[in-house]
Design a protein around this ligand. Structure first.
Ligand code: ATP
Ligand code: MG
Length: 367
């Protein structure tokens, strides 16, 4: 069993603000957990503490049932794949992959068997005699993964392993690591700042900001029910649109009034939003929940907003509209055929059953 648990784990480098702040996180056996967040939020530091490469300032880390705070890295039975691969330049691929096993004095037939089997899985058998400089970025990445696989560790730690690859190769390697996870049935903790990688690869995603864990959940929950404005804005592309405004009551109905546009709230939000009547609030709406009125057969008139279309970007399968209410700019994702006139007003429909509201002061999700 290789579950990993972090209990109130903190790290401070300088004594002031914690790089990692009281993180509680349980990673289940065989789970693919993605740690995601902006640069400097403490992802690598968290991973390095799990690996034993960084001392823990406070809290406990368990691998399996064992408290590992004082266990040296080499005895933790984990393998880490770094962003820069960290291959030995003077060694061949075979030597790089077998290095850890040789250090641990595995028998020659055992080493041969493990390296060949890993090379087979990764499709790099033909590269075993080459040195790292004779490999492409993607091939080096595979060797780095291979070196981790041959160890048959309890837990794999990946720190942004795909960030040096070009966009196409990154997508390809993403699927391969995914397949590898299924094949190896291993526990994986994978760090990235790329929210698409997080969404597509993780069984669960842990979102971090400023050393603090914001939300841990499966990708769809993170997307549909973000815990706060930060998570809502970080996950999703293009990012969720936010508008500041006020809740007003008219004829016993509630509306969100942005100043330039106004939309009516749906029934089942009333309970939660009523305490905000007369108060400022933040509305969030994803670009795919906004439609061009021309293509909606029966739009409720209260959900129609008139805005200026400043730019449109054809993406092939769809079009991004960059819009301006006069107070806020926002993005809508519409069908590929939809090419409104630039710099003219157009009518859009907000799917009000899909909007989110955030408290203006705490930025926590209200609904
Ligand atoms: N050895 C160190 N000494 C002092 N501060 C450090 C050290 N390592 C990291 N930090 C600080 O700790 C914070 C978290 O760093 P960390 O490397 O964990 O971020 P990250 O989330 O991995 O970012 P990135 O996406 O840029 O890799 C940062 O503010 C960083 O400056
Ligand atoms: Mg990092």
């Amino acid at each position: 069993m290789a579950q990993v648990s972090l209990k109130n784990v903190s790290k401070s480098f300088t004594g002031d603000a914690n790089a990692v702040n009281k993180v509680n996180l349980g990673i289940e056996n065989k789970e693919f957990m993605v740690l995601v967040g902006p640069s400097g939020c403490g992802k690598s530091t968290t991973l390095r503490m799990i690996a034993g490469l960084e001392e823990i300032s406070e809290g406990q880390i368990y691998i399996g049932d064992k408290l590992v705070n004082d266990v040296p890295a080499k005895d933790r039975d984990i393998a880490m794949v770094f962003q820069n691969y960290a291959l030995y330049p003077h060694m061949t691929v075979f030597e790089n992959m077998s290095f850890g096993l040789r250090l641990r004095r595995y028998s020659k037939p055992e080493i041969l068997q493990r390296v060949n089997s890993a090379a087979d899985i990764l499709g790099i058998k033909h590269l075993l005699g080459r040195r790292p400089r004779e490999l492409s970025g993607g091939e080096r990445q595979r060797v780095a993964v291979g070196r981790a696989i041959v160890r048959k560790p309890l837990v794999f730690l990946f720190d942004e392993p795909l960030s040096n690859l070009d966009a196409k190769l990154r997508v390809q390697m993403r699927t391969e690591i995914h397949k590898l996870h299924i094949r190896l049935q291993a526990t994986i903790i994978y760090v990235t700042h790329d929210q698409v990688e997080a969404m597509t690869m993780g069984d669960r995603i842990a979102v971090m900001k400023d050393g603090v864990l914001q939300q841990v959940a499966d990708p769809i929950t993170i997307y549909d029910k973000p815990k706060n404005k930060f998570v809502a804005g970080f996950i999703g592309s293009p990012p969720m649109n936010f508008m500041n405004g006020r809740i007003i009551k008219k004829d016993s109905r509630l509306y969100f009034d942005e100043g330039k546009l106004m939309v009516k709230l749906v029934e089942d939000m009333l309970d939660r939003i009523t305490p905000y009547v007369g108060k400022e609030i933040i509305l969030g709406i994803r670009s795919e929940d906004i439609y061009d009125k021309l293509f909606v057969s029966e739009a409720p008139p209260e959900n129609i907003v008139r805005v200026n279309c400043e730019v449109y970007e054809p993406m092939g399968s769809e079009v991004y509209l960059y819009l301006n209410t006069g107070k806020h700019t926002f993005v809508a994702r519409v069908g590929a055929h939809d090419r409104p006139k630039v710099n003219q007003d157009m009518d859009l429909v907000f799917d009000m059953s899909k909007v989110h509201f955030f408290d203006k002061d705490t930025e926590e999700t209200i609904i």
